[in-house]
Design a protein around this ligand. Structure first.
Ligand code: SAM
Length: 670
């Protein structure tokens, strides 16, 4: 076992550099521990390839192995000396115990799942770590037999620090533990024992851990048991409940959406997700719901997971009585991979509907706008800012060219800019990008008088350049940072759209479920990732209505790798432990399921226990589907409404011959 692990040596070294050292941890003993403990050996073999990811990972019994950086941060917070005796609560895989064993003299570790304790003890012994003792029991009561301890670390979140643990701490000893009023979010706290009855408490920041279940922790059987997967005890029963609560629909176009609109009520943000980026039914139902919101609820903005400049060209088309304002020299849209995500017949049909509606109601109602939220258009956006300034402020355009010159050498590969800047081989262009944005913001009012609405476009493009510059650098600090930056950018863009279109503006968002379902109710949240859905809920509460989609099987448009050609792929029937399987077992081909306040409250309770959920992006890898596409979530916390379509088909891309039939000025034209 140990011999095989050498193939991971370089990945381990990269992990130490990029995830631990880069975040400011310099303690040589701790770094040495991370360099010498093979994390892959603490995982089930099918997950070895992910061992050095910057994230927690699932282990046996539905538990998690913590993110390496979190283990490092907690180890540092314990201020361990080489002679210290440490108690760890929550052995899990045994990985953190192994790290502690390299830094301290003796480690005692307690785990409530017998099978985990057994596996961890075996792994630790195989690695020759003779200074760790593993015990199966309720760690919220500590392990009094070996007390007192110089340090205690708890790897699960409790409602407060258990009294039993404080009692087992030496005077001068440190206890580090996540504490939170709810089960989902905690603050890391450090308690130092100053005297027999005196304790000093400090807060070290927000974290997300699975719950500490035990006599001095949370009760075992509440519905939200963190990351625990339980195979549903009465699958037929829950599926029957779903069946009874579901509102079936037989067709997508022309179905009466009145009841759904009633449930949406006066929410002014409706977030409509999708479980893949290539399923026709998701696009079509999303368009139908959106039309209903525009027609009868006064929605005025459709904001989608697409590039800002491309959506801006579509926006000009759907409002085309206005003068066409050039942003970017090319008005042809959705040409970068994955083209089929927006350049498809389903989107085209909606765009045409929007244009007709705006034309019909011209003069009576403000037109409905179409905007892009994403940040992948760094260079088109630079071009758009320059063209805007050339028109309104040639002096500022010269300064802009000079500043953006820092980024332009990287046009063909912006990720390479990030790599070069992070490694110190090329200078960071942040100052220039931010200065451009601040200048535009400062002169916004001035420009507005001269050039009307295109100022919004220019400012958004400048914001995008500044955020994208950071995004490409952040990719080298880990998946969480870049994910969060992207979703924060999309949320900030939404905020500026709402501000621009005026108080009370109602907006519909179209993005993948993973952006629009509340991340804090999913495994992403446990990894420290936030998303647009969560940010909308945090800011707007019930005024944001979150709709998710799901399917069991059929076909999907996707590629087998990033940048590879689109294929129509078969979608595998859903995993037995997933929400999708539950919906399939309800035996209704298509339905709405209201989750926010269902008629029968037990629906929420039954669905609340986390299960697997599938997410297919622009890449689909059916062969490694479980690892690549399933994650844990608590559906009724993630969405207010779920739309189920059992059997689905791939979107139809707008190909050359179809595009040739469009008007020459049409943004989808060839
Ligand atoms: N340190 C672990 C590692 O490196 O793999 C990760 C620990 S995991 C985040 C939390 C663990 O705490 C789970 O394995 C869970 O079963 C365990 N746990 C929860 N409540 C517990 C309790 N009262 N006593 C002992 N273990 C508990």
């Amino acid at each position: 076992m140990v011999a095989q692990s050498t193939e991971f040596d370089s990945e381990r070294e990269d992990m130490v550099r990029a995830q631990i050292l880069a975040r400011g941890i310099r303690d040589e003993r701790v770094l040495h521990a991370f360099r010498s403990v093979p994390r892959e050996l603490f995982l089930p073999p099918e997950l070895w390839e992910f061992a050095y990811q910057d994230s927690p990972l699932p282990i046996e019994q539905g538990q998690t192995i913590s993110q390496p950086y979190i283990v490092a941060m907690m180890t540092i917070a314990l201020k361990l000396g080489p002679d210290d005796k440490v108690l760890e609560i929550g052995t899990g895989s045994g990985y953190a115990a192994a790290i502690l064993a390299k830094v301290a003299r003796q480690v005692y570790t307690v785990e409530r799942h017998q099978e985990l304790a057994r596996l961890a003890a075996r792994r630790l012994a195989e690695l020759g770590l003779g200074n760790v003792l593993t015990h199966h029991g309720d760690g919220s009561l500590g392990w009094s037999e070996h007390a007192p301890y110089d340090a205690i670390v708890v790897a699960a979140g409790g409602p407060d620090v258990p009294r039993a643990l404080l009692d087992q701490l030496n005077v001068g000893g440190r206890l580090v533990m996540p504490v939170g009023e709810g089960r989902e979010l905690q603050k890391m706290v450090r308690v130092t024992r100053r005297g027999n009855d005196s304790f000093e408490r400090e807060e070290l920041g927000d974290v997300r851990f699975v719950p500490l279940i035990g006599a001095q922790g949370w009760e075992a059987d509440e519905a939200w048991d963190g990351h625990t997967t339980r195979v549903p005890s009465r699958p037929a029963g829950v599926a029957r409940l779903v069946r009874e609560e579901a509102l079936a629909f037989e067709k997508i176009e022309g179905h009466d959406l009145g009841p759904l609109l009633e449930r949406i009520g006066d929410a002014h943000l409706v977030l409509i997700g999708e479980a893949s980026h290539g399923t026709s039914e998701f696009y079509r139902m999303r368009a139908e719901i959106t039309k209903g919101l525009i027609r009868s609820r006064g929605f005025l903005v459709v904001a989608v997971e697409a590039d800002w400049p491309d959506a801006a060209a579509v926006n000009r088309w759907v409002q085309s009585d206005r003068p066409i304002l050039a942003t970017g020299s090319d008005t042809r849209v959705f040409r970068r991979f994955p083209t089929w995500m927006w350049r498809n017949h389903e989107t085209l049909r909606f765009v045409e509907w929007l244009r007709e509606r705006n034309a019909e109601l011209r003069g009576e109602r403000p037109p409905v706008a179409f905007h892009g939220l994403d940040l992948y258009s760094l260079f088109t956006s630079i071009q758009a800012v320059l063209e805007f300034l050339d028109r309104v402020d040639p002096g500022a355009a010269r300064v802009a060219r000079h500043r953006y010159a820092c980024l332009t050498p990287w046009e063909t590969d912006p990720a390479a800019y990030g790599r070069a800047a992070v490694s110190g081989r090329y200078r960071v262009c942040e100052r220039e990008a931010v200065a451009m944005l601040s200048d535009l913001m400062a002169r916004r009012l001035d420009y507005a008088e001269r050039d009307g609405e295109s100022v919004l476009d220019a400012v958004q493009n400048a914001r995008l350049v500044a955020d994208a510059e950071r995004y490409y650098r952040s990719m080298y600090y880990g998946a969480n940072e870049s994910w969060n930056l992207r979703d924060q950018h999309m949320f900030d863009t939404l905020e500026s759209l709402l501000a621009f279109h005026g108080e009370g503006t109602k907006a519909v968002l179209w993005e993948h479920n993973s952006h629009l379902g509340d991340a804090s109710a999913t495994e992403m949240g446990l990894r420290g990732q936030l998303n647009v859905g969560q940010l909308c809920r945090e800011k707007y509460g019930d005024a944001a209505f979150l709709i998710g989609f799901g399917t069991d099987h059929g076909t999907v448009a996707a590629a087998d790798d990033w940048g590879a050609p689109m294929q129509v792929m078969n979608v595998r029937p859903s995993h037995p432990e997933s929400y999708e399987r539950l919906c399939r077992d309800a035996e209704i081909p298509a339905f709405f399921l209201h989750l926010r306040e269902p008629d029968r409250a037990e629906l929420r309770l039954e669905l609340e226990t986390p299960r697997l959920e599938r997410a297919i992006g622009v890449v689909y890898r059916p062969d490694t589907e479980l690892q690549s596409h399933y994650f844990h979530a608590s559906l009724p916390h993630q969405f207010d409404e779920y739309v189920w379509i059992d059997d689905t088909r791939a979107v139809r891309p707008v190909l050359g011959a179809d595009a040739a039939l469009l008007a020459r000025s049409h943004p989808f034209a060839p």
